[in-house]
Design a protein around this ligand. Sequence first.
Ligand SMILES: NC(=O)c1ccc[n+]([C@@H]2O[C@H](COP(=O)([O-])OP(=O)(O)OC[C@H]3O[C@@H](n4cnc5c(N)ncnc54)[C@H](OP(=O)(O)O)[C@@H]3O)[C@@H](O)[C@H]2O)c1
Length: 198
Amino acid sequence: MRFQDKVAIVTGGNSGMGKEVARRFVTEGGLVVVNGRNAAKTETAVKEIDSSGKRAIAYVGDIALPATGDAVVKAALGRFGRLDVLFNNAGIFAPKPFLEVDEAEYDRFVDNILKGSFFAAQAAAKAMKAAGHQVRLVPARHGEEAVSKVVTDDSVVFLAVPDGAVSDYSAALARSSMPQGVSVVHVSGALGLSALAP
Ligand SMILES: NC(=O)c1ccc[n+]([C@@H]2O[C@H](COP(=O)([O-])OP(=O)(O)OC[C@H]3O[C@@H](n4cnc5c(N)ncnc54)[C@H](OP(=O)(O)O)[C@@H]3O)[C@@H](O)[C@H]2O)c1
């Protein structure tokens, strides 16, 4: 089987796409830590994902808090002894017209999606590195990809986070139904230019 005895963390694994991914890991022989904030929902999902009670556990916690990233990794190592995959899926999808987004909402999105996934990835990468794995970052966004093509120093990886996010939302905003006459232009940061310079 494809994931025989490999260990995965699925953040936001108690519903939707995360739950299906967690179920698939188990079906393919894997072991899974299912994360979510809602305890009852997460426990119920774990029972649905793994009826044997041996191949999936719940870790309840808010991934927007960096400490949760550390804790969910510790839960995987403590229960299953290793970590092979982090599926950074937790997030909120609640579209709202640009002109109506307030600061509290902006912070909620950035903390949940950007900060949460960043620190979960950091915690997982630390555990994988300590176990002697080669850590391979697979870029998912064009902004991150652009940076990852030219930069090999991991000390600047964090710069790709805001850069990728700004690049992405700028492109989305440019395609959205903004009022006539409003243009959206995203200018890439100095990082790409200086990294490309000889
Ligand atoms: N569905 C779409 O069309 C769409 C579009 C663009 C992006 N996305 C993104 O793709 C991912 C999956 O989408 P989906 O529709 O399958 O999502 P979903 O069914 O709404 O599930 C979201 C999951 O994330 C968890 N979650 C949210 N905030 C969390 C936090 N701070 N800490 C821990 N867990 C958290 C939720 O669990 P709790 O409720 O227990 O916290 C739930 O398990 C999400 O990140 C979503 O934002 C979805």
